[in-house]
Write a protein that binds this ligand. Sequence first.
Ligand code: NAD
Ligand code: IPM
Ligand code: MN
Length: 369
Amino acid sequence: TANKKLLVLPGDGIGPEVMREVGRVVGWLGRERGVRFDISEDLVGGASVDAYGVPIRDEVVAAAKAADAVLFGAVGGPKWKDVPFELRPEVAILRLRQELELFANLRPATVLDPLVDASTLKPDVVRGLDIMIVRETVGGIYFGEPRGIEDLPGGGQRGINTEIYTTSEIERVARVAFDLARVRGGKLCSVEKSNVMESGLLWKQVVTALGERDYPDVELSHMLADNCAMQLVRNPRQFDVIVTGNLFGDLLSDLASMLTGSLGMLPSATLGGVLPDGRRPALYEPIHGSAPDIAGTRQANPLAQILSFAMLLRYSLKMEAEAAMIEAACTRVLSSGLRTADIMSPGMARVSTSVMGEAVLRELEKKPT
Ligand code: NAD
Ligand code: IPM
Ligand code: MN
């Protein structure tokens, strides 16, 4: 069979720094597991603005559509704060999500045992945590029309964004979440603000109906988004799978990242629907951004990017064994006491981005005993 086609888009800031460490894992797959890829790499975000005047070129979008999977780093940074709004670096990821119809963003938050002390919450609250946030990513207030900034007749302006969700948009992302709940802990919590927003009310009705119709075996609950933020800090282990819209999912997943110790630990997968030819578009990226505050200092934690690649192997290439080996290697490295700055705690050894990446490779290369 032909090599799988991967499109690698490192982006800006720490994006290329953490992506470099994935290269070591790709090398190991080739040497030890006989897995070879056709990898192409391109510029996105601010790097593309600098080189081509746009955050992403049409041909990169086309390459993403043709690839078996896309591995994305991060985009954005203060260098591009003055480019026109429609050309800002972040448009690269928004456009990829939209044009590939990547509507379901899976953001797992798991607390690895060696990192129990890295969370800002008490160990007893987070130990063993394993939740999955499913964030809708092509609808909601991110994309609804009308939008813009308008002049008001009497002077001053108004900024407009519109939250819209249709029945089918809600159903397709809820289905992904129900399916995950079924093979995990059997519980799904749907999060909206149906007390304030009609889009939230429809969300709740559609998820409820779908649950009754197709997923009677999954225990469905509903929670208002503000309460959910509080509950995630108070008692995060009450959750199994959470499904929510674009904006709430963005906020709640950054919040959940700190339960695990660091934003630098959390991977994600963004999946589209199955196409008529059987392929399923997918993009994998850490949930963190380009971290301009630490870019170039060799402090970035590469584990979220490496774990995103593991998710790529699992979901797009059905290489569960290799995905699990990579995840286990990351856990063993942490057990051995190595820490990047973001997860540092007393008595541990502080290491750079590349030393962390090398350590993961070394663990992978250890022969099973
Ligand atoms: P950020 O996620 O880049 O950083 C937030 C904080 O977390 C920073 O203090 C940073 O140093 C730290 N951090 C993030 N990743 C880390 C890692 N791997 N290791 C260690 N520490 C890490 O968020 P921000 O600072 O609000 O945004 C910076 C830029 O990134 C903005 O332009 C934003 O739009 C963009 N952004 C892009 C993406 C994406 O490409 N998908 C996601 C989020 C933010
Ligand atoms: C994320 C980011 C993006 C989002 C930005 C960069 C457009 O914060 O992937 O979480 O808001 O979706
Ligand atoms: Mn975000």
